[in-house]
Design a protein around this ligand. Structure first.
Ligand code: APR
Length: 239
């Protein structure tokens, strides 16, 4: 493997990850064969309308994914990104579309979970946030202790505005490198961060098992499994 880039400590690196980086940990992606969307209609389990229509079904879908977190571990791809963050001493931002906790458990610190997280939920009325570990998951649709309304998973659903969009644009504007990893590049706004980066003059890289939709915006592309590619690539970047 080779790279055209040597990352200096004063460089600022922004990463975007998708479901592909967690695939080698055993977490299903969305659009690969046998992916999550093959067995669960998106409109029923990943939209505000779907939740209003059947909150029990939506909670069941997210409870299954939440419970899986205790059965999986970060993989070498997650650890390689934590190593890169340590090397850069804060000149780093990790944007993830993933809602699992594997980046945090691998030691990453500066994480922007733009699609929310499985570990969190909030009240549909008063917006009080809860850790999922603190609520009784035996209840079909948990309710808020403060106001009694239904709680919902803290997941950004289709049609909702992702979190941290201002912080993400600020990071992209000051980046030296932007690297997209394990994402099909089919969901917006994340899919257009590469275009923003290019327009800001940022060098763009990608690691993916297949060629993503937005491949044409990637200057240096590495085809392969992130758990195999990233450890080697990070060593080349920082040595
Ligand atoms: N290493 C690297 N890439 C991989 C690996 C791997 N081991 N396994 C799969 N991939 C790639 C696939 O080739 C695919 O391009 O990861 C990508 C996963 O794509 P999706 O399943 O579309 O997941 P993602 O891009 O994260 O979806 C974005 O869509 O459904 C919404 O909110 C959901 O955050 C999600 C968003």
């Amino acid at each position: 493997m080779k790279t055209n880039y040597h990352i200096k400590k004063e460089d600022f690196v922004v990463i975007l990850t998708g479901a592909g980086i967690s695939a080698e940990s055993g977490i299903k992606t969305f659009r690969d064969s046998d992916g999550l969307w093959e067995n669960h209609p998106v409109e029923k389990v990943a939209t505000p309308e779907g939740f209003r229509a059947d909150p029990k079904l939506v909670w069941q879908f997210y409870k299954e994914r939440y419970n899986q977190l205790s059965e999986v571990e970060p993989n070498p791809g997650h650890y390689a990104l934590a190593e890169l963050e340590d090397y850069l001493q804060g000149n780093f931002s990790l944007i993830t579309q993933n809602v699992d906790d594997l980046h945090r458990r691998a030691g990453s610190k500066k994480i922007l979970e733009m699609h929310g997280q499985l570990n969190s939920c909030f009240c549909t009325r008063c917006k009080k946030h809860y850790s999922v570990k603190d609520i009784d998951l035996n209840i079909d649709v948990p309710s808020c202790i403060a106001c009694g309304a239904d709680l919902r998973p803290d997941i950004v659903w289709f049609g909702e505005m992702p979190y941290f969009m201002d912080e993400i644009d600020e990071a992209l504007r000051k980046a030296t490198y932007f690297m997209t990893i394990g994402t099909s590049g089919q969901v917006y706004p994340a899919a257009q961060f590469l275009l923003f980066a290019r327009s800001y003059g940022v060098k763009t890289l990608g690691v993916n098992l297949t060629e993503p939709e937005n491949r044409s915006f990637i200057e240096e592309f590495h085809l392969g499994k992130s758990g195999e590619v990233l450890p080697k690539l990070v060593k080349l970047f920082i040595n």
